[in-house]
Design a protein around this ligand. Structure first.
Ligand code: IPE
Ligand code: MG
Length: 192
């Protein structure tokens, strides 16, 4: 299936997504990597490493099905409490993923999007993230949304801060704030 498949479907009112009753957006909370590995006598980090295969399978399947967006919860804000060695490994794995999956992301026409805080991520991860984001920005296939250092309340706090700044600068009136004002400032803005 090529990357333009989704667009050709979207041009028809009765898209096969609806016919097949498929969701437009699928979200997956990745969990149990460590337990999976430990149950097999392997170190926890091996579970993370193998998790990359699952991510690849998920993105391939979503592309084939023509799912509009798939969100993968990679690292929550709470995950920073983990041991430094495990966090270092996860950051290294993330950087490696962003580099090594680039070809496949482009081949499948996936459009990468990230949600979550950027300011606590190492520079090398941000650099590869931005490169893959930029490179895939024009793709029209499934949106691959990686939730990294993502927390729902943090997302709301950042949206509130941005609205407050606009109010302080007199760009909007408090009375004008509505659901759209908030939705447009969430990381998930624009996702189905
Ligand atoms: C999910 O697996 C991966 C990340 C959150 C990075 P876990 O690391 O939570 O594995 P378990 O749940 O401890 O087995
Ligand atoms: Mg867990």
């Amino acid at each position: 299936m090529n990357a333009d498949h989704r667009d050709s479907k979207q041009t028809s009112e009765a898209s096969s997504d609806n016919e097949n009753n498929l969701p437009r957006h699928v979200a997956i909370i990745m969990d149990g990597n460590g337990r999976w590995a430990q149950a097999r006598g392997m170190p926890r980090v091996e579970g993370h490493r193998r998790g990359v295969h699952s991510v690849r399978m998920v993105s391939e399947t979503c592309t084939e099905l023509g799912i509009e967006a798939v969100t993968l919860f990679c690292l929550s804000s709470e995950n920073w409490k983990r041991p430094k060695e495990e966090l270092d490994f996860l950051m290294q794995l993330l950087e490696q993923y962003l580099v090594e999956e680039r070809d496949l992301i482009m081949k499948q026409g996936l459009r990468l999007k990230t949600i979550g805080r950027r300011d606590r991520l190492p520079d090398n991860v941000l650099k590869e993230m931005d490169k893959t984001l930029e490179m895939s920005a024009g793709n029209r296939g499934t949106q691959l949304v990686l939730a990294i250092d993502y927390g729902g309340r943090d997302e709301i706090a950042r949206a509130a801060r941005s609205i407050c700044e606009d109010v302080r600068a007199a760009r909007i009136e408090p009375a004008e704030i509505n659901e759209q004002t908030i939705a447009g400032r969430l990381d998930t803005s624009g996702l189905p």
